[in-house]
Design a protein around this ligand. Structure first.
Ligand SMILES: [Zn+2]
Length: 102
């Protein structure tokens, strides 16, 4: 086990710092200026602005309630969640479209 050190300059106070990589996994504060440090190497990927294709439309639940196995219930749950998220996206998109007239 080797503790690789991450060398960087604090983005706030520009102080040169060395921090063990294992510690860098978690957000921490600069020992000099106490500002929250975000490590460039551990920066979480920015939220994708790409549109992910989602099936819009909820599954037909009618008549399935009695004969759904646990596995199917889980699958339906996922589908339902996806549908809900898609619906939410449509609603937000519609609101944004209304707020920004062309
Ligand atoms: Zn600092």
């Amino acid at each position: 086990m080797s503790n690789r050190m991450i060398e960087f300059n604090c983005p706030t106070c520009l102080k040169y710092l060395e921090i063990e990589e294992c510690k860098a996994q978690n957000p921490c504060t600069c020992p000099v200026c106490f500002q929250l440090i975000r490590f460039p190497s551990n920066e979480p990927p920015p939220p994708s602005s790409e549109l992910v294709p989602l099936k819009i439309g909820l599954p037909k639940l009618g008549g399935l309630e009695t004969n759904v196995s646990r596995q199917d219930a889980g699958r339906l749950g996922h589908t339902f969640l996806g549908g809900t998220l898609a619906l939410l996206g449509v609603i937000v998109g519609g609101v944004l479209a209304l707020k920004t007239p062309k």
